[in-house]
Design a protein around this ligand. Sequence first.
Ligand code: NOJ
Length: 566
Amino acid sequence: MTTPTSPEWWRSAVIYQIYPRSFADANGDGMGDLPGITSRLRSLADLGVDAIWLSPFMTSPQKDAGYDVADYCDVDPLFGTLDDFDTMTTEAHARGIRVIVDLVPNHSSDAHPWFQAALAAGPGSPERAHYMFRDGKGENGDLPPNNWQSVFGGPAWSRITNPDGTPGQWYLHLFDSSQPDFDWTNEDVREMFRGVLRFWLDRGVDGFRVDVAHGMIKADGLPDYTPPAEGGSMGGGGPLGLEPEIDDMTEVDGAPYWGQEGVHDIYRDWHRVLEEYEGDRVLCAEAWVDPLSKMAKWVRPDEMQQAFNFPYLETPWEASALRAVIDESLEAFSAVGAPSTWVLSNHDVVRHASRLALTAENPQGHGIGPKSPGQPVREVGLQRARAASALMLALPGGAYIYQGEELGLPEVIDLPDDARQDPTWFRTNGERYGRDGCRVPIPWESNAPAYGFNSTGAAWLPQPDDWAPYARAAQVGVAGSTLELYREALRVRRSESLGLGSIEWIDGIGDDVIAFTNGTVTVVANAGSTDVALPEKLAGAQLILSSGAFDGATLGADTTVWLRSA
Ligand code: NOJ
């Protein structure tokens, strides 16, 4: 196990994303909490992860599940207290698990005292200058300052009402209207966030996942922008290998709010703040930029340490596309001396146990529901997800796991409409289902209230009736279970230092096969739909793990094996 003093531990770490609302609920109110996380840390140590990343648990009206922060330096009572956070951190560290917290710097909640002060202070004031307030266009200022659209749907500007009841200025919100964008050209904003970083670093956190790390600076003059109707968001095709629809979060050919050069000054500044602290800390960018060579700018030596590899997440389960994105990733990140990361699921995308079996395009963030086209076959999705995870966990660099994927959890597609909570659902009048389907509280025990999420049976999103077989307790120690597949993969990944390794491709096994060696381990993945006979050299090699059917010589469809290299 790596220790809190291991140098640059993040280069090879497996980082487990906890979505606090849905991980474990100690007080039984249906909402997960920090004491719940503490109570389940043993399971994570047992799984073999190096670190946890917690989605936001700070004070928030929860209009966007905590990504609308009203106080960056306190815990929302829904999740507990700062003391609960300290206890959780201490206990995690005692188990050799590092702690990464989510930082949301692009925008605050409209309940943040700075935004409330801005509303009260009036146009031209220093308070308004913390955010992006502008006069409207048109004779009476009743048109928005430009044509930008919110990622969640609808206009990215809302008009305020002055204290005297007259219509006032407009403010920018790239997300929900409850999430006003800060003005990052303002030194007050920069200084406030240095303080936020130090607040959590002083409490012993090992790093930050940085929300919307490609959005904080907007082009001068806030020019109008109309994204192309389709195409180009993730070179090489969308999840189905078709020309993709636009991802609302992905920087495409000059969007004036994504990927502006000015963001890099901010991360150089934060790099210096982290250096004030002993030990190796990590900043991980949520930066939806394309191509990977551009994303690599976020992890130059004096900026962040990691960036989520979303092009990898968006790659279809197809051998040549996978090989291409792996090559591109390794090349782009190593060119700046950074490790690549790998990720297949998170709280914003359709879980990969469902996504990999979709038969229609599904842009990131749109979600799937009962009426979506291309419904996945559950067994196919799980089989592919297991194979895809086994492939990912053999790659050099850092890997991110989203809670529940180690259980093989599918997306919850049939949530009742009145249970949905994602602002995307509301802002598009139900046209996009949004992300609730990947956020349902996870199952721990098969026959307990709320599957052991708590002891009362309450759950902020309803859990499906058929989740008993996915529960952790039903999988632990069961040969062939998805949980055991992950445990074994993480055990061998660590013992063989795969995260620090390098890969050499093996050619000639078949068009649907992706195969490589990483040190002592040979990995063969069959992404096709028919059996593949292994070459003589590999047939009979010692088997380390298999995600599905394998008799030593023939690899089944949608299956990955790890073999001991000769
Ligand atoms: C990205 C986060 O992952 C997502 O959940 C959130 O809605 C947006 N940023 C806005 O903060």
